[in-house]
Design a protein around this ligand. Sequence first.
Ligand code: SF4
Length: 428
Amino acid sequence: MRLLIVQAWNRDETAYRSRFSSLLSYPSLTLAVLYALVPAGMFETIDVIDENSQHVDYDRVHYDLVLISFETSSAISAYRHCEEFRKRGSYVAVGGYHATALPEEAGQYCDTVISGPAEKALPVFLQDWISGHAKPFYRDTTVCPADYPVPARDKVTKRGKLKIPAVIADRGCMNACKYCSMRTMWKSNPRPVADVIAELKSLKARHYVFYDPNFFGKREYAIELMRAMEPLHILWASDATADFGCDHELMDIAYRSGCRGVVIGLESINSQSLSGVHKRFHNADKYEEIIRNIHSHHIGVNGCFVLGFDDDTEEELRSLPERVDRLGLDLCKFAILTPYPGTKLYDEMEQDGRILTKNWDLYNQHHVVYQPAHIAPERLHSVYREVWKNAYRWGRVSRRVFGSPALFHGAGGFLLGANIGFHFIGIR
Ligand code: SF4
């Protein structure tokens, strides 16, 4: 029996497959986790394809079973794979964010849909499939941290990727931002600190990225974990919310444990836009102070902005590159507001007739797929392009990197690489 596990990718994202891709993407943790959930000895061969950097070949060998994980932006690619593999006689099962949000749609293209977390549902499906009794839908959300397997990282390609392992302590977040699709999959349920530390020790790396959507969300847990990380002498980065920059004790413990960078969804410089999408921290006037505070602990900040909230004005959006300069961010990212299926934002926009297209290929945060409140869709798209280009002019890249307080604290190489990588994304 042969099994293929695929992480499908959006065709537009080939931008990341430039020679700078190794500065921007990490080996797939999703694939490593899925592989680890397959009971040992069930298949003679298991192949793994990360479409971000590998080609999906339908004819190289015949697979008895194909598992495909995908997000909304890669749904069309994934459905094409489903059709091609089914034509060749493979049984195809799918899972991931999009299949969780729209299981009926996904079910039209495959034999089985596994929605929600895979930890319990995937092994049950595999046992059913091998005994010839697979059902069309599986869902089991009763997962707990003990169900999380040791990811099979050695089975996943590292070609064209950063040589930095991704780790997870808590996949959930207690906040409720209207546009967040992460909430459709995970609840906050942190792993025991001892398990995370054992995993870090086994990996023996110097640098890590935590994929936690809100690393400091459960403050006491984060402190316990970071205190246990301190003796490991590692360097790491993760996502955080803006209020991290108001808590000096937390920032101090973070720096001591090796934290050298946080990615913060600042989202907007308009406080009304922030409260309109239920951001828990919604005071954009405090951003400068927050970033100064984080920098005072020698931790770099990657600030992410979303363009197209209902209260955004075109002038504010166009001023983003100057605002990024003034805020003193070390790295910045821009995305067009995207109402993903399964989110409150999508339901509201659908109800109000504002969804302009359901071409999922366009749901990759680079296209306007809804009717903005005050700007024409084409105008918003052109402002978005202008903002990327202006924010990543060489002069700004160099001022950002060489002015960064994190530069000489272990994050210099990453900062330079990521800023250069984003420069090339920006000019595309
Ligand atoms: S803080 Fe981040 S992870 Fe949490 S709900 Fe908001 S967008 Fe999602």
